[in-house]
Design a protein around this ligand. Structure first.
Ligand SMILES: O=c1ccn([C@@H]2O[C@H](COP(=O)(O)OP(=O)(O)O[C@H]3O[C@H](CO)[C@@H](O)[C@H](O)[C@H]3O)[C@@H](O)[C@H]2O)c(=O)[nH]1
Length: 482
């Protein structure tokens, strides 16, 4: 019988690569061959800061392949304006690779059974397959929440009902009525940020909506979420796709599989890191009282204004709570070598704070000293907080973060949403509400959601079963193709 072989192809940005690498690990644990395609820059970082050699050695069926990118590491584009540059340049370099892998196979690695492509590449793999007359399932992986994906999918309808577009002088508290599954839940400000015009009145809204429309041609969709978290939205998405596999939270799914495996002790937990991890914060956390520390991190690519950073800093210090803050060297917009702690917050920071450039976040969130997470509401951070049962304060920056933070506060009720506000008094009040005054309320709902997350990836759980269905689907298509 032919062995299954899957190509996994993420957008070469840290959060996308790391979550799709978790899917790759889950697949090789099922004894599938996986080719993981990324760019030289990302591969270089995974080699330097992660443990990619160890990963390759431990999983002989996991093969890493790279394509070139036209960026120096320091010039690598993140999100914002340059997201579409990154997508275009990666598309250009990926096409010849896709053609070769679709048309050829070596005796050591079986013929490709399917492609799992980051949804942000739209119809890229399908177009290459059709150009070379190759019939193969193309599966799209969505790295964002189901609620964000569904908002993109609903955009055409919202335009028809004249609920969109959002204009420059819009009342951002206007309620959006017509998204099935989330009627009257969202205000304009809760829609994904790409729905908003920028200061010049431009928006990349059409491009994102277009990519979601192109997903409709996919043979299947994989979502990093679980039924108890996003069930009503997932039901809506299922009306539009032949197959929707909800296999998340992926990091929890992977950790659970490794722990349950008979060979558990032989399967190490990999770092998969793209930045230099500073573990000194774990020792600092060990010395803090239970539930006393606010963890602050804005993900891998958020750039904040110096004024906003200062407001958050004052708010944290004034709240008198302990805090652990991830301050990436590139976090501040237009930073001019000003690494000093502002004088007014210096004493409070030294007394109760700890700052690192990059933390082992999954582990930090599971640490008993952590009582809350001030986050930008990136989807991986949100899921990691949900799994750890840690309540959140959300300060969304862009993309899916605006809608994720609305769900955190209004649907799952596991935190507070600071959206579009950055004021030291608000930060102070929210931190104290979350950590002190309403602690029990938030902790109870966060712990209840964490239990559901763990249940979903355990045998019989919804994500566990969906993943098994997915494996069955891949294996059956690889038989048909040979
Ligand atoms: O010190 C740190 C800080 C972060 N992380 C990890 O970095 C990842 C960050 O991912 P995410 O929370 O999704 O944020 P971004 O890096 O900003 O992710 C981008 O990609 C996501 C997936 O598409 C989107 O949800 C976000 O909005 C988008 O900004 C998480 O796994 C964190 O555990 C660390 O390991 N250490």
């Amino acid at each position: 019988m032919a062995e299954a072989h899957v190509l996994i192809f993420p957008l070469p940005l840290p959060a996308h690569v790391v979550s799709m690498l978790k899917l790759a690990e889950l697949l090789v644990l099922e004894n599938l061959h996986v080719t993981f395609l990324t760019t030289d820059t990302i591969h270089g970082r995974l080699t330097r800061f992660g443990d990619i050699q160890f990963l390759s050695k431990s999983y002989p069926k996991l093969h890493f392949k790279t394509i070139s990118d036209c960026y120096d590491e320091g010039d690598h584009p993140g999100f914002g304006d340059r997201l579409w540059d990154l997508i275009s340049s990666t598309t250009l370099h990926a096409k010849p690779f896709l053609r070769d892998i679709l048309l050829s196979h070596t005796p050591q690695i079986p013929k490709l059974s399917c492609v799992i492509q980051d949804g942000i590449f739209g119809s890229l793999s399908a177009d290459v397959a059709s150009e070379f007359n190759v019939s193969i399932p193309i599966i799209q992986f969505r790295t964002v929440s189901a609620c964000c994906f569904w908002a993109y999918m609903s955009a055409t309808n919202l335009l028809q009902c004249q609920e969109l577009p959002i204009r420059g002088d819009e009342d951002m508290d206007r309620i959006i009525k017509d998204i099935p599954g989330m009627e009257n839940l969202l205000r304009c400000r809760d829609l994904p940020s790409f729905f908003r015009p920028d200061k010049k009145g431009n928006s990349t809204f059409e491009s994102h909506v277009d990519r979601s429309r192109q997903s409709l041609a996919a043979d299947a969709i994989i979502v990093n979420s679980f039924e108890d978290l996003e069930g009503p939205v997932l039901s809506q998405i299922r009306h539009h796709f032949p197959k929707v596999y909800t296999v998340g939270p992926l990091h929890c799914h992977l950790n659970t599989r490794k722990a349950e495996s008979n060979e558990g002790e032989d399967i190490p937990k990999f770092k998969n890191a793209i930045f230099q991890v500073d573990r000194t914060c774990m020792t600092w956390l060990d010395a803090q009282p239970e539930g006393s520390v606010m963890y602050v991190s804005f993900g891998s690519s958020t750039i904040v204004k110096r004024e906003d950073l200062t407001e958050i800093w004052h708010g944290l210090v004034n709240s008198k709570n302990r805090f652990l803050w991830v301050m990436r060297p590139d976090i501040v917009a237009g930073k001019q070598d000003d690494d000093r702690i502002p004088a007014e917050v210096e004493e409070g920071t030294k007394e109760r704070g700890f700052i690192v450039e990059w933390a082992p976040q999954e582990e930090v969130l599971e640490h008993k000293a952590i009582g809350g997470f001030l986050t930008h509401s990136g989807w991986n951070s949100t899921l990691e907080s949900v799994v750890a049962g840690v309540p959140m304060i959300c300060w969304p920056y862009f993309a899916d973060q605006q809608i994720n933070s609305r769900f955190v506060s209004e649907v799952w009720k596991v935190g507070l949403d600071m959206k579009d506000v950055c004021d030291r008094d608000v930060v102070e009040k929210m931190v104290n509400d979350l950590m002190v005054h309403r602690r029990e309320e938030f902790l109870n709902s966060a712990k209840a959601m964490a239990t559901l997350a763990h249940k979903s990836v355990s045998p019989g759980g919804s994500s566990y079963s969906s993943f098994q269905d997915f494996i069955h689907y891949i294996k059956s298509t690889s038989r048909e193709n040979n």
